[in-house]
Design a protein around this ligand. Structure first.
Ligand code: PA5
Length: 410
């Protein structure tokens, strides 16, 4: 379903991969691995019922969360181009006053609900966002406000869990055995996506089909990608650039950066994950890629299907702009040629290039791609002897910030 190719050749040790896949599945944080097969149908029903209620009474769903608690559903909502009905709006992923003022102003006069998502239930950015947004919600809806709050958090502990129980918010659970950045196929991602109109069954179906490819590991896109990344790292290619020619995939690149960066960047090791959107970045980072230090490899995401309606470059009486040679061609054709030209130029410039071909930008294909990246990330980290499921490094800034803010106990 997801096709994968590379300029770089490797021989995969199938036994090693089988062993690592077994380790991932039995890891205390490996619960995401079987989600596409084992999804709790009652939970799916509850998600869809909640989504219907939100769609009926809200112009906006305010999604509060940071890192793995928001990047996945934002990535999918933007890639799917969901812009009908209830809109998703995101806060709690920064501490920027200007950004909050923009969001609060956008909500002015609109009906909205809140989905506050925090596995720990104690992360500072979403906690502050929740306070600020609750204020606006209570001003507008008074004692009806609690019915518009949906809390996705731990099932038994944390400040958000306790508040949700006390105030009777509708609750969804982030399972104990699933970490934030692997949680998009849980209620963390599925509730907002259902509200925005995505088919969450099709997303899970795509993930399930991709999971099935692991039965033949050497042919699986996830396995081949993971093995290649590790092989390239061993050869000192320690920066990976994820490239796409579709701006609607830029948030998917943000999710991918978090997934790989937080999973692999430990003990002074790991590949630095970066991203570009072409052709925009061919006029900026393209220069560095073509001619700069040779420690970079590139992974291109190509969408195989053309857009449902095409844009044709019109014919004119004159050729003042010199574009007569493109008359009658579709814009998508030109974009495709730009992709082919870029891959060729980068290969000639000494950059190893991997390519993912995604059939289209619908739920099934995107579900497959997300699952493929999750498996590849876990495998790739494990090939370097790194635990893909913890993130000890994110505590450093928090401790400093709490000290500077005078938090008790710091
Ligand atoms: O991937 C992760 O585990 C992190 O990025 C978390 O998702 C992020 O730190 C938010 O944590 P929480 O959901 O506990 O608020």
């Amino acid at each position: 379903m997801i096709k994968f190719g590379s300029s770089h050749d490797v021989t995969i040790d199938q036994d090693k991969i089988q062993q690592l896949l077994a380790e991932i599945q039995s890891d205390p944080m490996g619960g995401w691995f079987n989600l596409p097969d084992d999804y709790d149908q009652d939970e799916l029903f509850r998600i869809k019922e909640a989504a219907k209620a939100i769609q009926q009474n809200s112009d906006y769903l305010v999604c509060i969360g940071i890192g793995g608690s928001y990047l996945g559903h934002r990535a999918l909502a933007e890639a799917l181009g969901l812009n009908q009905g209830t809109k998703l709006i995101y806060v709690g992923n920064s501490l920027s006053t200007r950004e909050y003022q923009r969001v609060l102003a956008e909500l002015e006069g609109k009906d909205f609900s809140i989905n506050v998502i925090s596995k720990s239930g104690t992360t500072t950015e979403p906690a502050i966002a929740f306070r600020l947004l609750k204020q606006q919600l209570f001003q507008k809806y008074g004692d009806q406000a609690n019915a518009r709050i949906y809390a996705t958090t731990d099932q038994a502990k944390g400040a958000l869990h306790d508040e949700a129980v006390q105030n009777h918010y509708t609750q969804f659970v982030v399972p104990d055995n699933i970490g934030g950045r692997y949680s998009v196929f849980s209620a963390v991602g599925l509730l907002p996506l259902a509200v925005a109109g995505a088919s969450i069954e099709e997303l899970l179906h795509g993930a399930k089909l991709e999971k099935a490819t692991l039965e033949n590991p050497t042919a699986s896109a996830a396995v081949r990608y993971a093995w290649l990344r590790h092989d390239l790292l061993v050869q000192n290619y320690d920066v990976e650039v994820l490239a796409s020619f579709e701006p609607c995939l830029s948030q998917l690149s943000e999710w991918w950066k978090q997934l790989f960066g937080e999973s692999e960047g430990k003990r002074q090791q790991g590949i630095f994950p970066a991203s570009v959107i072409y052709t925009t970045d061919l006029h900026s980072l393209g220069q560095y890629l073509q001619d700069g230090r040779r420690n970079i490899f590139e992974t291109v995401m190509e969408v195989e299907a053309s857009p449902e309606t095409s844009l044709i470059i019109p014919s004119l009486d004159s050729n003042l702009d010199g574009l007569q040679y493109l008359e009658g061609k579709s814009l998508d054709f030109v974009n495709q040629k730009a992709l082919e030209a870029t891959v060729q130029a980068h290969l000639e410039g000494g950059i190893p290039v991997n390519e993912f071909k995604i059939p289209d930008l619908h739920e099934k294909s995107l579900g497959a791609l997300i699952y493929c990246f999750e498996v590849a990330c876990a495998l790739s980290a494990k090939l370097s002897g790194i635990n893909p499921f913890d993130q000890p490094g994110v505590e450093a800034y928090k401790n400093n910030m709490f000290q500077l803010l005078g938090k008790p106990g710091y």
